[in-house]
Design a protein around this ligand. Structure first.
Ligand SMILES: [Zn+2]
Length: 176
């Protein structure tokens, strides 16, 4: 495998990252559009930032993230998220707390060299090339496919770096 495999981190939320960052206290840097396990709400799509100098006195954590309140199916299909205060919840994770959620599953299309990460139970991702590699199910279950399954490799994604590694043990695609 040449080079590193980077997750296709498309902004399909229609989120204004700069505006979100500016709305947060302290200096933050954007990490990615990813998925976290929200207690009581399951795996949800989140916009994840790293706090450069978290204000511990105020209980601020190393990572701060925002997630939607639109519906159980979240904000994947919704448009403009400018109204931050009414559209998002804000929460955080410390370095040690995020470790459990850090490595997530996805698939890699060897045809177009794209890593796909499903960030919600109903987040169906398609690579866009002739192999039609797809992944679905978020982190609840891994469902994937493609015209030629030999070109579809399950991967482990490090959400903090956006890099992916092919899993040594491959799983079979589940029928839903
Ligand atoms: Zn592809």
């Amino acid at each position: 495998m040449k080079g590193s495999m980077i997750v296709a981190n498309e902004n399909y939320y229609g989120v204004n990252v700069e505006k979100l960052a500016a709305s947060l206290e302290g200096e933050v840097e954007f990490v990615g559009f990813t998925s976290l396990d929200i207690q009581g709400a399951g795996w949800r799509p989140v916009v994840l930032f790293h706090a450069k100098n978290p204000n511990r006195a105020k209980g601020h954590k190393d990572y701060v993230f925002l997630f939607g309140v639109i519906s159980a199916d979240d904000f994947i299909a919704t448009g403009n998220k400018d109204d931050i205060k009414t559209k998002f919840y804000i929460s955080g994770r410390n370095e040690n707390e995020i470790q459990e959620e850090r490595y997530q599953h996805g698939v890699y299309c060897t045809e177009c060299k794209t890593v796909l990460h499903s960030v919600h139970r109903h987040d169906y991702k398609l690579c866009g090339c002739s192999n039609e590699t797809m992944v679905d199910g978020g982190q609840d279950y891994l469902r994937f496919g493609g015209l030629d399954l030999n070109k579809v490799k399950p991967v482990t994604i490090d959400i903090l770096t956006g890099k992916a590694k092919i899993k040594r043990v491959t799983r079979h695609a589940k029928k839903s």
